[in-house]
Design a protein around this ligand. Structure first.
Ligand SMILES: [Zn+2]
Length: 133
C-alpha cells in the first residue's frame, strides 16, 4: 500500500476516535509486513491517564492478530502542526520494527516523513534480552 492510501486510511479511521475530553482526534494506520493494515484511534477516559494513543491501539490490535513486523505507520490529526508519536508509542513500535517509517499528516494534506530510529535514537533495550519475540 502506498503512503497516500495509508494516510487516507488513517484519516478515515480518525473519525472513530473517542476523545470527548480533548476533542483532539487522531487516526493511525499501521502497515504490517504481510500487507495487512491495522487501525487505531486515540481512546480517552475520564481518568485521563488511562487514555491510549492511536498508534498503540493499532499496534496492539496487530500483535493480537499475529502480526509482529511493520513497514510504516501513517498518523493523521487536525491542526496546523503535525503530530509525531509520543515517547511511549515510539518505544512500543521500536520493540517490533526499529526500521519502520513514520508518516505524519494533518487534515490539510501536509505530510512529513520520519524514520523511527530518527525519532528514537536511544531506545530502552533490555540488556538480558537476546532476540525479539
Ligand atoms: Zn503515543
Amino acid at each position: 500500500m502506498d503512503e497516500k492510501k495509508l494516510i487516507a486510511e488513517a484519516k478515515k479511521i480518525r473519525n472513530r476516535s473517542y476523545s470527548p475530553y480533548s476533542n483532539f482526534k487522531v487516526g493511525a494506520a499501521l502497515l504490517g509486513n504481510s500487507g495487512k493494515v491495522y487501525y487505531g484511534t486515540n481512546v480517552e477516559n475520564s481518568s485521563l491517564s488511562l487514555g491510549v494513543c492511536a498508534e498503540r491501539v493499532a499496534l496492539l490490535k496487530a500483535v493480537c492478530s499475529g502480526e509482529k513486523e511493520f513497514t510504516k505507520i501513517a498518523i493523521v490529526a487536525s491542526g496546523e502542526n503535525l503530530i509525531t508519536p509520543c515517547g511511549l508509542c515510539r518505544q512500543a513500535l521500536f520493540e517490533f520494527s526499529p526500521g519502520m517509517k513514520i508518516i505524519c499528516s494533518n487534515l490539510k494534506g501536509k505530510v512529513r516523513k520520519f524514520t523511527l530510529k530518527g525519532l528514537l535514537p536511544h531506545p530502552f533495550k533490555d540488556a538480558k534480552k537476546k532476540g525479539r519475540r
